[in-house]
Design a protein around this ligand. Structure first.
Ligand code: F6P
Length: 552
């Protein structure tokens, strides 16, 4: 068989397995094989992925592993870590792993202009970041008035915001930050207005985080912050308060940021993979250098696991394959993520970009539309909050929504009972989704409580849960910086694995361009009125309505 035929056969096998009458019956699988919890789970260090509450059986798992092989996952993984061009539409490597490698790891990364010593460059920049963090936290680097900084304000959006914001919060919520961090992403003026009320310009260090240093929202906010600071402290004070995290050194210089305040990274780091680079500087300032370094170490450990573990024991590969089973075999097009950990409350927001900007694609690497579904719609909230918002639909809605439950066994607070309540809820949600509640069970329960037969006939149908709804559980010991780095890298490699199997470029993001261009055209028309014929009728009318409501 040619490799195309092998791949086609692997997809067909998966579809055949999904078409079996019992392909969605998870309860029956537990009844038939009570040991499936150990058979369909895998661990790396103290992190366990339990995917036994899915309808994957031994045949399905074998077929999924065959699909990964047929899709060339071995070769893709090799090319990824060798720094080859795995992002062909932008002609780049995706070498964020070098950012957490040791200086002498020798990782290299391809760019249109040549090949970088990625490990060496990353280590050199890391040393500059560490020195800066120590100077700021030690009080050697201060604001223009001689006061120490009490806040770092990160101005960035997308990958220049979601990663550092989520990680900073996760690592500082328990014990408080070494330096308070605030994040400004939205171009909506209300966001900066609220921050400006709260911040003291004399004690604020502003980091403009933008890979390209051209993003409209970030540059608009950076200019607003600059004007705010200059108005309070004078134009001469700006240099002492601003730094930049970027690959575009020309643009940072043009903005007036001194080279020693610019922390760089290279184009082989995608925005949504950049928290490990200088984009992570606010994390290091807020959580301290040691925490940032262990965050990188955790991700490096997952890199090694992903590179070396056999697919059948490889957490990112297994997590990816479970997702493939749900999306492609069972046609489940959504994915919820519930971290039962307040510190991870922004984890779903982070994953939304990681997964959907990476794999929300419909054209394959062979330049033609793919013939299978790709990335599901991902959403989430922290548990237990989610239980009181969208979980009704997950339990009883017309579609099954696969859920990832994520939690740590040991909290970093001293209220063990609260933690037990939290985790009991996580486990109960997953169990309820699996087990459901039959009509007979509901009727018996109602009868036992004295309900009349008329009441039972009317209400019982509404209280039935179908069950057999799939979930994964990710459990680890404690949410340390190391564990968080490992968790994020797990999802990064899951995304890359799925991208390989779906045969798409997980590292470009052309889909965000069109809206940016059209916004540029509409912007002047909000002042002048729509150019006749330039838009569809709705857009033209809404521009008119906007102007009318403003009395223009
Ligand atoms: O949303 C599109 C995008 O290009 C993301 O990929 C990126 O993370 C974000 O914009 C911000 O870009 P930059 O860091 O260049 O300002």
């Amino acid at each position: 068989m040619t490799s195309d035929q092998t791949l086609h056969a692997a997809w067909t096998r998966l579809a055949d397995l999904a078409a079996r009458p019992h392909s969605r019956h998870i309860r029956a699988l537990f009844a038939a094989g009570p040991a499936r919890a150990s058979r369909f789970s895998a661990s790396f260090e103290d992190l366990t992925l339990d995917f036994s509450k899915s309808s994957i059986d031994a045949h399905a798992l074998t077929a999924l592993l065959e699909l990964a092989n047929a899709a060339g996952l071995q070769d893709f993984r090799h090319r990824l870590f060798a720094g080859e061009v795995v992002n062909p539409t932008e002609g780049r490597a995706a070498m964020h792993m070098a950012l957490r490698s040791h200086a002498d790891a020798g990782m290299r990364a391809a760019l249109p202009g040549g090949i970088d010593d990625a490990s060496g460059l990353a280590a050199a920049e890391r040393a500059r970041m560490q020195a800066f963090v120590e100077q700021v936290l030690g009080g050697a680097v201060r604001g223009a008035t001689g006061q120490t900084f009490d806040t770092v304000l990160n101005i960035g959006i997308g990958g220049s915001d979601l990663g550092p914001r989520m990680v900073t919060e996760a690592l500082t919520l328990a014990h408080g930050p070494k330096l308070r961090a605030r994040f400004l992403s939205n171009v909506d003026g209300h966001a900066f207005q609220a921050l400006a009320r709260e911040l003291d310009p004399a004690r604020t260090l502003v980091l403009v985080a933008s890979k390209t240093f051209t993003t409209l929202e970030t540059m608009t906010n950076a200019h607003a912050a600059r004007a705010w600071l200059a108005a309070a402290l004078g134009e001469a004070a700006v240099g002492a308060h601003f730094g930049a995290l970027s690959t575009n050194l020309k643009a940072t210089a043009a903005f007036g940021i001194a080279p020693d305040r610019v922390f760089g990274f290279r184009d082989w780091v995608g925005g949504r993979y950049s928290v490990w680079s200088s984009i992570g500087l606010p994390v290091a300032l807020a959580a301290g250098w040691e925490a940032f370094q262990s965050f990188l170490d955790g991700a490096r450990a997952m890199d090694i696991h992903f590179q070396t573990a056999p697919f059948a024991e490889n957490l990112p590969v297994l997590l990816a394959l479970v997702g493939i089973w749900h999306v492609n075999a069972l046609d489940l097009r959504t994915q919820a993520v519930l971290a039962y950990d307040e510190r991870l409350r922004r984890f779903p927001a982070y994953l939304q970009q990681l997964e959907m900007e990476s794999n929300g694609k419909s054209v394959g690497l062979d330049d033609v539309p793919v013939s299978h579904a790709t990335c599901p719609v991902l959403f989430g909230e922290p548990g237990t909050d989610a239980q009181h918002s969208f979980m009704q639909l997950v339990h009883q809605g017309t579609q099954a929504v696969p859920v990832d439950f994520v939690f740590a066994a040991v909290p970093n607070h001293n209220r063990p009972e609260a933690h037990r309540i939290l985790i009991a809820n996580a486990l109960a949600q997953a169990e309820a989704l699996l087990r459901g509640k039959t009509r007979g069970e509901v009727e018996a329960e109602m009868r036992a409580k004295g309900a009349s037969e008329a009441e039972i006939a009317e209400i019982a149908p509404h209280r039935v849960f179908t069950g057999d709804r799939p979930t994964n559980t990710l459990i680890f010991r404690e949410l340390t910086p190391y564990a968080l780095g490992r968790l994020i890298a797990l999802y990064e490699h899951k995304v890359a694995t799925q991208g390989c199997i779906w045969n798409i470029d997980s590292f470009d993001q052309w889909g965000v361009e069109l809206g940016k261009v059209l916004a540029g055209g509409i912007l002047p028309e909000l002042s002048t009125g729509a150019t006749p014929g330039a838009h569809d009728g709705s857009t033209e009318a809404l521009i008119g309505r906007f102007r009318a409501l403003r009395g223009e």
